[in-house]
Design a protein around this ligand. Sequence first.
Ligand SMILES: *[C@@H]1O[C@H](CO)[C@@H](O)[C@H](O)[C@H]1NC(C)=O
Ligand SMILES: *[C@@H]1O[C@H](CO)[C@@H](O)[C@H](O)[C@H]1NC(C)=O
Ligand SMILES: *[C@@H]1O[C@H](CO)[C@@H](O)[C@H](O)[C@H]1NC(C)=O
Ligand SMILES: *[C@@H]1O[C@H](CO)[C@@H](O)[C@H](O)[C@H]1NC(C)=O
Ligand SMILES: *[C@@H]1O[C@H](CO)[C@@H](O)[C@H](O)[C@H]1NC(C)=O
Ligand SMILES: *[C@@H]1O[C@H](CO)[C@@H](O)[C@H](O)[C@H]1NC(C)=O
Ligand SMILES: *[C@@H]1O[C@H](CO)[C@@H](O)[C@H](O)[C@H]1NC(C)=O
Ligand SMILES: *[C@@H]1O[C@H](CO)[C@@H](O)[C@H](O)[C@H]1NC(C)=O
Ligand SMILES: *[C@@H]1O[C@H](CO)[C@@H](O)[C@H](O)[C@H]1NC(C)=O
Ligand SMILES: CC(=O)N[C@H]1CO[C@H](CO)[C@@H](O)[C@@H]1O
Length: 839
Amino acid sequence: MEPRLLLMLIAFVLCVRPKEAKVNSLAIQFSSPGDFVIGGLFAFHSKVRYNTQPQSPTCHSFYAHGYQRYLGMRFAIEQINNSTSLLPGVKLGYEIHNTCNNVVVATEPAVGFLSKYPGDSGLEVQCNYSDYKPRIVAVVGPDSSELSVVLSRLLNFLSIPEISHASTSDNLSDRGLYPSFFRTVPSNKNQAEAIVQLLRKFHWNWVAVLATDDEYGRQALEIFVQLALSKDTCIAYEAILPSALVKRERQEQLTKITSQLVASRINTTVVFAQRSKAEELMVAVLEKGIAGKVWIASECWATSAATGLIPNLASLGTIIGIGVKSGRMPGFLEYVQRILAGPEQGGNSSVVDQGHKQCPECRGLTPANLSDIVHNTKFRGTFNVYKAVYAVAHALHRLLQCNATSQKCSRDHEVYPWQLLEEIAKVNFTVESQPVYFNNGNPPTGYDLVHWSWTKTRNFEFVSIGSYDTLQHKLTLDESKIQWHTTDKKAPVSRCSQDCMPGQKRHLRGEHNCCYQCEDCPSGYFQDKNDPSECIQCPKHQWFLEENITCQDRTVEYLEVTDLLPVIMLVLTTLALTQMAAIAGIFAKYRSTPGMRYIGSLPTSLIILSSTCLCSSCCFFVIKPSLWVCQFRQPFFFLSFTVGLATLLGKVTQSSGLDRTLKSPLLKRYLLALSVLVNTAVQSLLCVFWYLWNPPSLEENTDIERSILLQCQDVSFPGFGLLLAYDYCLVVVVCLCSFWGNGSQQARDRASKSVRFTTVLIIIIWTLFVPTYATSQGKFVSLFQVFAGLASVFAIFGSCYYQACYIVLFAPHMNTDSYFYCLPQSPPVEDESNTEEIK
Ligand SMILES: *[C@@H]1O[C@H](CO)[C@@H](O)[C@H](O)[C@H]1NC(C)=O
Ligand SMILES: *[C@@H]1O[C@H](CO)[C@@H](O)[C@H](O)[C@H]1NC(C)=O
Ligand SMILES: *[C@@H]1O[C@H](CO)[C@@H](O)[C@H](O)[C@H]1NC(C)=O
Ligand SMILES: *[C@@H]1O[C@H](CO)[C@@H](O)[C@H](O)[C@H]1NC(C)=O
Ligand SMILES: *[C@@H]1O[C@H](CO)[C@@H](O)[C@H](O)[C@H]1NC(C)=O
Ligand SMILES: *[C@@H]1O[C@H](CO)[C@@H](O)[C@H](O)[C@H]1NC(C)=O
Ligand SMILES: *[C@@H]1O[C@H](CO)[C@@H](O)[C@H](O)[C@H]1NC(C)=O
Ligand SMILES: *[C@@H]1O[C@H](CO)[C@@H](O)[C@H](O)[C@H]1NC(C)=O
Ligand SMILES: *[C@@H]1O[C@H](CO)[C@@H](O)[C@H](O)[C@H]1NC(C)=O
Ligand SMILES: CC(=O)N[C@H]1CO[C@H](CO)[C@@H](O)[C@@H]1O
């Protein structure tokens, strides 16, 4: 569909135009014949005046840069023609038109490019254009993006390659929309990146942006603002420079903008503007008396000599331009001087005669009129034209299979634009040490950072202070070359707020994230640079120390043997163990005396064994906790305790006479062993249940500052609770049993009394323990359990053994059967037999 529509448009443009209009055509034609003709579109005028009648607008306002670029193209073509290595024996021609920087004016020559012969403006209607050969092979230009967008679609109809030297719009990077478009100038996106990096280099994040009211300015502004915001640079002021046609109106609006700039106290301003607009702006700024600021000049006016020549501009501050990287063009100045002095300028050359008729200003020019040539050692726009012509030449060279050594080109086949298009996409060469190739139509060209330097001897000059590499996205800058036009000769500050100290976060004021107050991070939090407005919690194992930017490892703490409470605990444990050893010794020695027989060897062995285990388990509460320790110590503790209590239970059933109710003699005889086995088994089952349900684990408690507290997380319901409750019930049962005896027998009474006393003590101890343990916190809490366990051990020994041992050792006269059993004739059989069994 689209090609057909386009054809209709072309036919319309060509046919509707009346014959006289062609004669009066505003487009200047500088042309030279050749084997291959390259089209050129340059703006010799910068403005148009629209007519009321339907005809092409009239151009006015001579634009010297366009003329200079035209000269650049001629220079390149002549060099190539003279060259023996590039396109030997092939003569290039050119056909150059004036675009007046206007789409309507530029469409006319562009459509003409599609026709086969000069002067013939028709395009044959064909079904298949692959072997159609228009009169030009490629087009260099136009400069404005607006024109490129329109013309490149038109030229794409015949796949005529178009290489622009100044169209920077990012839209043109779209290969799908503009497949035949190439450029030798980097796109606006690269420029925005370079400027943002420059701003960041000097920590300027509070800046103003001004842009001209055209496609270039608006797009550059949009891309720059987007990028700047994403890089934490705030646009404090943003304005579009006036485009009103009347000068007075423009100046009024400019005054308004400059007043706002003064009021905003912003020290850095980025200006995306065409040369003429930039010049106007600078004049207005000078009038306002703004000084000591930094101005960043976009690629358009980065090296505008006309602006630099404004008197007194130096007082304005520092100007840094982002100029497209360029190379020297040796011989160009001489070439221009020769051309300007030559016969063509007199208007006698038939070739250019018509051109001068259309452009009266082009006649009688001097090098001084082309100020950029005088003041620049590098020609940026012109060099881009130069590169574009060379790109076409290199592509042709490859297409024609030229051989530099044999000085021949095989010219046996026709050259169609679409073939050249394919070759241009593949060229890769260097001109004046600048690489030329196209990556999706875009060049690898970077930028020069240019400092506007006013010296006493010369009026001013552009000093290169660094560069930006678009491929690496890297800015290099030599700050020492910059002379800051500020009071302290240092780079000015342009920030809303100063940087926060490490460990502080930003508390934003207002909508800009460059304006903030600094706040300290709370303890346990730190600030990394990724998100300055948030404090980040340190990892679990770390802690934030003030004035340190990063979190530090926490110290590991746990209950240590050297603390006071563990020391007391260890002393008590030692005491308990010593007393048990003593009792075991006494028992071994006086085993056969009534006193010892009375307490029995099996219960004593079991009690001593269980107490020893209990005391040993206490040691696991004061060593460095590990998962293994945590899982081991609780069952060990509770099982030991259960064995002791079960022994008491067995003992008390015997001494209180409860066993008499049992029928089976076997059961009676092994009652004690049975009690121990059954209770231990039940407690073990509970343990297994606990471990299956929710086993104790190692806890790294970070609730406290600066350290990690290692503790066992073993107070888990129902596991711990069940074990504790079972032992508690066991004590209560023992206590109840001890009340059973009928009291008639003194011996039983005595034994029951001591057990009763023991159990009551144990009940009190553990009753106190539960609420204390449940409500306390800290690393010493686990010791409560140990103390309760030790107290229980002391209670058992104190009430059951001390008296007997005392009698055995110090009151042997009382160590008789009559004292212990009250009835000398009937010592309990069971105890005896138990004792025998142990042996
Ligand atoms: C091309 O060659 C001619 C004759 O040798 C010379 O006068 C002219 O300056 C050359 N042109 C360029 C651009 O080198
Ligand atoms: C157009 O013509 C060329 C050569 O004449 C041929 O190779 C190509 O297939 C044709 N294309 C179409 C769509 O007819
Ligand atoms: C570029 O693209 C944007 C959005 O897609 C559009 O608004 C703008 O007009 C385009 N510019 C040109 C020159 O086509
Ligand atoms: C231009 O040509 C005219 C006559 O055709 C002649 O008088 C004049 O001297 C020529 N000027 C130059 C600079 O050659
Ligand atoms: C060129 O410069 C001369 C004198 O310097 C001046 O008279 C003339 O108007 C200028 N031409 C253009 C087109 O600016
Ligand atoms: C160029 O021509 C020379 C001499 O005729 C020949 O030796 C050489 O191979 C050719 N080079 C190419 C790339 O064709
Ligand atoms: C261009 O050529 C140079 C060396 O001749 C090579 O290093 C570079 O990769 C080439 N670039 C492209 C895009 O092909
Ligand atoms: C601009 O510079 C002046 C003088 O150096 C300074 O007082 C002011 O704070 C700066 N403004 C900004 C926004 O940084
Ligand atoms: C920061 O932490 C390091 C390592 O822990 C320590 O040596 C240094 O003294 C700390 N600095 C301050 C200011 O606290
Ligand atoms: C446009 C141009 O300069 N053409 C020249 C190319 O070179 C040949 C021979 O060197 C000249 O005859 C052309 O005038």
